[in-house]
Unconditional design. Structure first.
Length: 295
């Protein structure tokens, strides 16, 4: 009897701040990747899994492609390129509001030699006039032969089913790689750290967001409550003062928002303690980067 179940691995790529994480969260139906209006929000390849009765899609959400300025940036770019190896399909996500950038032209040039099918996802169509869409499609089509082009608004949950449908057509018969109740390979500690980092990104400006890292010191399940403590690392003493805020108000706000989301995800009360530490130039220190999870 023919196996009608399909499965495969799909990489989501694109320049920073085009909505890759929002798209991934919408497809999977659960918040896996943090969302921020700051570029380079995602630092790791995040594995997320879409489940259907006859389909399983394993996604990697890569860091936005940019020109690296430090060892952390180099790590992020390596993560992008490694994710494209042996993929069954690639989703290239672009911003409908913005003209084709040099970065996107380079991405398409690098993809020219690959045999992996590429779907163009034009995101944020809710922010443009309808008659602007066809010229955008024509411009991208002139640069690359896409397997499909899907306009979406990830924020409005519009067009998501069309993306899944196109992927389903491309994927071949295969096994179920992960159980139905698994939606990510991230540990609970990693998820808690990302929740804290997301809240920091919401409030911090300019260069500070990319100079922060989170270390979960402990995460103890005490039955009716989780006891979680974490270090927030920054690169300068002046940044530490900004993160803490006047009379500790900003750090308190970040802690409250983080704890609320943690409780929703863990299903029980959370006691959260946060400390802000200075580690100068940690993004160029291989030892510190390894300790903070950037292998």
């Amino acid at each position: 009897m023919e196996n009608k179940f399909k499965s495969g691995f799909v990489s989501i790529i694109g320049r920073p701040n085009v909505g890759k994480s929002t798209l991934l969260n919408r497809i999977v139906g659960e918040k896996i990747s943090i969302i921020s209006d700051k570029p380079q929000t995602t630092r790791h390849n995040i594995l997320a899994i879409y489940h259907a009765d006859d389909l399983q899609i394993v996604f990697t959400d890569t860091p936005g492609i940019h020109r690296p300025k430090n060892k952390l940036g180099e790590y992020m770019i390596q993560a992008v390129h490694s994710s494209l190896n042996e993929m069954d399909a690639i989703l290239l996500v672009v911003d409908a509001q913005k003209e084709i950038s040099e970065t996107e032209r380079n991405i398409l040039s690098n993809l020219e030699g690959t045999e992996t099918p590429v779907i163009l996802v034009i995101n944020k169509i809710d922010l443009i006039k309808r008659d602007c869409l066809l010229p955008i499609i024509a411009d991208y089509s002139s640069l690359f032969s896409f397997s499909a082009i899907v306009p979406v608004s990830a924020l409005k949950n519009d067009g998501i089913e069309a993306v899944i449908s196109e992927l389903s057509h491309l994927l071949k018969s295969g096994p179920k790689y992960y159980p139905d109740d698994m939606v990510t390979d991230q540990t609970e500690r990693e998820l808690m750290a990302e929740i804290i980092r997301e809240k920091l990104l919401w409030f911090l400006q300019k260069e500070i967001p990319h100079g922060i890292a989170i270390e979960i010191l402990q995460m103890k399940d005490k039955g009716d409550i989780y006891d979680i403590s974490a270090n927030i690392y920054c690169e300068k003493s002046s940044h530490k003062g900004i993160i803490i805020g006047k009379n500790g108000e900003l750090l308190k706000k970040i802690g409250t928002l983080s704890r609320t989301e943690m409780e929703k995800r863990l299903g029980k009360k959370v006691y959260l303690q946060l400390w802000v530490r200075v580690k100068e130039d940690w993004r160029n220190n291989n030892y510190l980067m390894k300790n903070l999870g950037f292998e």
